[in-house]
Design a protein around this ligand. Structure first.
Ligand SMILES: [Zn+2]
Length: 186
């Protein structure tokens, strides 16, 4: 049985899931949402309400992107939200398949965030960094792929990760260097 929150432990939840604070949610907003939620649902499971806050955060982040066009900020926030969602599901005792669904969304958002600010004159590579999850992930640790190649076929497949609490890996984008260590330009 996983962790259950209540209105009394809301602050504990907010301290743990930083995406809400980062996105400017305060206790007032949350109380308003809670009243709305209570109005719409007869039987209230508080964790379901908390889950609805994550979905609210995704919607608000979409609005943020529509009004600002800030692609980097959009993916940055989505990474934060999805990784917090994965953590919440894990805390609730979900299985790795469910957790990895959100980890995959978080990994994709982090990748999209990283490609936002690249210099178009330089060559880049993607490097996979294993979180020490399992044999599959460790076998990919530190492997590098050219960006175009990786875009066509991402190599990190979280569905193959066997870690019970979800995949812990990430990718990072690095400037491609030649065999003498010099930065490669296009
Ligand atoms: Zn992994």
């Amino acid at each position: 049985m996983g962790k259950k929150y209540s209105l009394d432990t809301l602050q504990k939840f907010l301290d743990k899931y930083k995406c809400f604070e980062e996105l400017g949610f305060n206790e007032f907003h949350i109380n308003v949402y809670y009243l709305e939620w209570q109005g719409n649902k007869g039987n209230i499971i508080f964790n379901d309400f908390l889950w609805s806050l994550f979905n609210k955060a995704i919607d608000l982040n979409g609005d943020y992107f529509s009004s600002t066009g800030d692609e980097y900020g959009f993916y940055f926030n989505n990474y934060l939200i999805y990784s917090n969602m994965a953590r919440f599901r894990s805390e609730e005792g979900a299985n790795k398949k469910v957790i990895n669904k959100f980890i995959k969304l978080a990994q994709d958002a982090s990748y999209q965030r990283d490609v936002c600010n690249l210099n178009e004159n330089l060559e880049y590579q993607v490097v996979i960094i294993s979180g020490g999850c399992c044999g599959y992930c460790d076998s990919l640790n530190n492997t590098k792929y050219d960006l175009d190649y990786y875009n066509r076929k991402p190599r990190l497949d979280v569905t193959k990760c066997t870690r019970e609490t979800g995949c812990n890996c990430c990718t990072s984008i690095i400037v491609k260097r030649d065999k003498n260590g010099r930065i490669m330009r296009k």
